[in-house]
Write a protein that binds this ligand. Structure first.
Ligand code: SF4
Length: 435
């Protein structure tokens, strides 16, 4: 055992508990849903891919949503905008396409920094009638090789807001260069992460002994990762099923792991890569021990604020199951109900195995029934969308906005305590208000 390990005992339990919720029954709900649409993903994606522009092809409603969700752009060169298509444009489809071509030409002439343009579809009937994939092929031909043009849908019909990222990344997969047939095995981390988190993971992988790590999405469209049968990929986000399927069609193999939330999740996630690269356990433990120990100590300081509190998750971000696992196993929070919009059993297998046996799981949404169950259970904290948070606060409940968990860097060791704080803070505030 290395000296680092001798000084720092192994701090994590990264194996799933026996039992868990692997085969637990799941309440399937269908009904009215209270979620944002996939356009919302643009808010974090436009910050991540720095030479991309997201042109929403939508209505005034879409423009208003983006403006209020992202805040008014105060810097000179925003990286998203809305081409508003209204009924007038549909008088002739060719007019709408001409209008789109004109808007794109104008935008690209004014903004030579744009190297990747996403046309983002939306759900108004005016837009659904437009064939955006043909439009993007046409525009790609017109503006190649300076600008790559792709398209995806951020429509709010039958989607939830994190699927916008999934659709965006899936649209990028065919554009990824193929890795050389004889190339050695390489690791791809999939899912938008804050740059600071990406840098931490890069350093950790290097310390573990896996120096060749690529990230999707990249920070610049000129740095697209390569993909092929030599690619092993780790999902950094639990809502990327279409992206995963597209990667596998290119020959990549997913490494089965929980998600890098909290000390346990981060360790097991890193460990999945370490096992694939046959990294010796002492080397792995020595590489992670300093950060894992710091994170465990930081969680110890917050645990008393959360231990024994009862939490109810409405289905919203698709992060619910990994968050519930983190809160229950590392902070002793009691899970009243864990709702998720979609339950991808294989991507979440390692998470389900770690949930306490008997956890109430639900998939999909029937908001009225869920509200009834939530009110009856009287949880200490409710994780839900913005539309439900205000009414529930008015009823005296403490809430946490699910969308904040997507906007905030929460993955990895250094962010574990910040993640716990996101749940502790509203509870502390409520206690102070009640005092
Ligand atoms: S895509 Fe649909 S749900 Fe989203 S803002 Fe536009 S109209 Fe609303």
């Amino acid at each position: 055992m290395s000296s680092a390990l001798a000084a720092v005992p192994v701090v994590v339990q990264s194996r799933p508990a026996a039992g868990g919720c692997s085969d637990a029954p799941v309440l399937k709900e269908r009904g009215q849903r209270e979620v944002f649409c996939g356009l919302t993903g643009i808010i974090w994606l436009h910050r991540k891919i720095q030479d991309a522009f997201f042109l929403i092809v939508g209505s005034r409603t879409c423009a208003h949503l983006m403006q209020s969700a992202a805040g008014v752009m105060i810097f000179a060169e925003p990286r998203f905008g809305t081409a508003i298509i209204d009924e007038r444009d549909l008088a002739g489809m060719s007019d709408a396409n001409d209008e789109l071509d004109r808007v794109v030409a104008q935008l690209l002439a004014r903004r030579p920094d744009i190297k990747l343009l996403f046309l983002v579809g939306s759900c108004p009937s005016e837009v659904i009638k437009l064939d955006l994939s043909r439009a993007s092929e046409r525009l790609a031909r017109q503006h190649a090789p300076k600008v790559r043009v792709l398209n995806y849908s951020g429509s709010g019909i039958e989607t939830t807001f994190t699927q916008g990222e999934d659709a965006c990344l899936a649209s990028l997969i065919p554009a990824l260069p193929a890795s050389a047939a004889a190339a050695p095995k390489s690791l791809l981390v999939v899912g938008a992460l804050a740059d600071v988190v990406e840098d931490q993971f890069r350093r950790l992988f290097r310390a573990i002994g896996i120096p060749d790590v690529q990230f999707l999405p990249p920070r610049r469209s000129t740095e697209l990762p390569t993909v092929g049968p030599n690619t092993r990929y780790l999902l950094a986000q639990p809502f990327l099923s279409d992206t995963a399927r597209a990667l596998e069609e290119r020959g990549a193999t997913r490494l089965d792991a929980p998600f890098p939330l909290g000390v346990e999740g981060t360790t097991a996630w890193l460990e999945a890569a370490a096992a694939e690269w046959a990294i010796p356990a002492p080397k792995f433990q020595a590489a992670i021990a300093p950060a894992a120990t710091r994170a465990s100590a930081a969680l110890d300081r917050i645990r008393s604020q959360l231990a024994g509190k009862r939490i109810f998750f409405f289905p919203d971000s698709q992060l619910e199951i990994p968050l519930a696992r983190f809160l229950s196993r590392e902070l002793d929070v009691e899970l009243v109900e864990v709702g998720t919009p979609f339950l991808h059993r294989s991507h979440l297998a390692q998470e389900l195995a770690r949930l306490p046996a008997g956890t109430s799981l639900s998939e999909g949404q029937h908001v009225e029934r869920q509200l009834d169950r939530c009110r009856a259970a009287k949880p200490d904290i409710v994780v839900c969308g913005l539309g439900l948070a205000n009414p529930l606060e008015a009823e005296g409940m403490t809430t946490k906005w699910a969308i904040e968990l997507v906007f905030t860097p929460i993955q990895g060791y250094e962010q574990a305590a910040d993640l716990a704080e996101l749940f502790a803070r509203p509870l502390v505030r409520r206690t102070k208000l009640a005092a």
